[in-house]
Design a protein around this ligand. Structure first.
Ligand code: DOR
Length: 433
């Protein structure tokens, strides 16, 4: 199928292009772009006037839960939710069961992704075998089987010595090391940010220092032994400050944050809302401000969802016992546009953090609308208003603290490899064999 996306506002941070133009998709690639591109016979046209046309979003941090936790999410349900959210490539974390620490698990995930035929899936392998933190997983095997990065996300690598070796070995295979930076000896049994609200609620807190000490350790390793590291889900002003200083030193340290960290603070937990329970935890209003400033000044390179779907039974319980995580695919883009609408982040920058930046950091294809690139494209209606209703999520995980929130910015269409996979009126468009 050939598509002409006509008359939309093309915003392509890879080239700095921002203009009304057309885009011709053919054979899975962006064939031509420019003004006045005509639809030849057999080319279907989408009228994109009034819409933003951006590269398909790349989410470098999510949980698809398969194998092992299919009751929370499957690769297929996760990919459907992703493309509804305008996300065309997802990198899925290794905390499945079994853990993705070997070729067979990676191959299984890739086979499920290909069956689903929606978003592109790039698995992240574990840093350590079984994510036990004791010995390194076979990084060569993971790279050869299709992993693009390694991480023990959800279970931080405690040993600095093992992290040093992970940074050294992964480089030989072109794998990015992503660290869930949290010192568990400081975090203890905490369930939310340690501060005024945790004291009021009588809940055990996680001090900011838990993340800081591990970010600082990672930076020290890169400074002394070289290599590079990517810090997952930065949630505090002081965490971002460490990364800003490391970048100023010229170290290869990159970082991401998630929409909930620039939108909500720990007050969201006040009603014991387990949907606001996430790790790292929602922090103070000043931290939210610090994260927004760090997105704007380039300290934080990437926005990623940390999409963490859970079953209702795992959230509908005492706060202490509830699972950590937010189902993020279907609200991420509108929350990001929230920063743009408020004038806190230029549109071009916001899109860069979802496209060209993760593509460059990880070395993935895509992230651009240049001729010859993969035809992964998202059409956005930036002004459309909607109210978050988790019962309408395609993700199995309905766990969102944004239920009932009015958002501005809706995905109109998503194309992956030149095929329309989502339309806001028709829903998911399944591949015709
Ligand atoms: O909130 C979180 N949920 N943080 C993590 O690091 C892991 C994730 C999960 O797997 O549910």
């Amino acid at each position: 199928m050939k598509w002409l996306i006509s008359g939309g506002r093309i915003v392509d941070p890879a080239s700095g292009r921002d203009e009304v133009a057309d885009l011709l998709l053919e054979d899975g690639l962006i064939k031509r772009t420019g003004q006045g591109v005509k639809a030849a016979r057999g080319v279907k046209t989408v009228d994109a006037s009034g819409l933003l046309v951006v590269p398909g979003l790349i989410d470098m941090h999510c949980h698809l839960r398969e194998p092992g936790f299919e009751y929370k999410e499957t690769v297929a349900s996760g990919c459907a939710a992703a493309v509804k959210g305008g996300i065309t490539s997802v990198m899925c974390m290794a905390n499945t069961d079994p853990v993705n620490d070997c070729a067979s698990v990676t191959a299984y995930i890739l086979a499920k992704a290909s069956q689903a035929g929606l978003a592109r899936v790039f698995p992240i392998g574990a840093i350590t075998k079984g994510m036990q933190g004791e010995s390194l997983a076979e990084m060569g095997e993971l790279a050869h089987s299709g992993c693009v990065a390694v991480s023990d996300d959800g279970r931080p690598v405690r040993s600095g010595g093992i992290m040093r070796r992970a940074i050294e070995y992964s480089a030989a295979f072109g794998l990015l090391v992503i660290d869930h930076a949290e010192d568990l000896s400081i975090a203890g049994e905490g369930v939310m940010h340690e501060g005024f609200v945790s004291t009021m609620l009588g809940l055990e807190g996680i001090p900011t220092a838990a993340a800081l000490s591990q970010i600082a350790r990672n930076i020290a390793l890169v400074r002394e032994f070289g290599g590079r590291i990517h810090i997952a889900h930065v949630s505090s002003r002081s965490g971002a400050d460490l990364i800003r200083n490391a970048k100023a030193e010229g170290l290869s340290v990159t970082a991401e944050t998630c929409p909930h960290f620039f939108t909500l603070d720990h007050e969201a937990v006040r009603g014991f809302d387990t949907n606001a329970k996430v790790n790292p935890p929602l922090s103070t209003a000043d931290d939210v401000e610090g994260i927004i400033e760090s997105l704007a000044d380039g300290t934080i390179d990437v926005i990623a969802t940390d999409h963490a779907p859970h079953h209702r039974d795992e959230k509908d319980r005492e706060f202490d016992l509830a699972a950590f995580g937010i189902s993020g695919f279907e609200t991420a883009l509108a929350l990001t546009l929230g920063l743009v609408h408020k004038g806190r982040l230029p549109l071009m920058e916001a899109i860069a953090k979802w496209t060209v930046n993760p593509a460059k950091i990880v070395g993935l294809p895509g992230g651009t609308l240049a001729e010859g690139a993969h035809a992964d494209v998202t059409l956005l209606d930036a002004e459309a208003q909607w109210t978050v209703d988790p019962t309408l999520f395609l993700s199995k995980g309905k766990n969102t603290p944004f239920a009932g929130t009015k958002l501005k910015g809706e995905v109109a269409n998503t194309f992956v490899g030149g095929r329309m996979v989502y339309d806001r009126n028709e829903g998911i468009i399944v591949k015709q064999e």
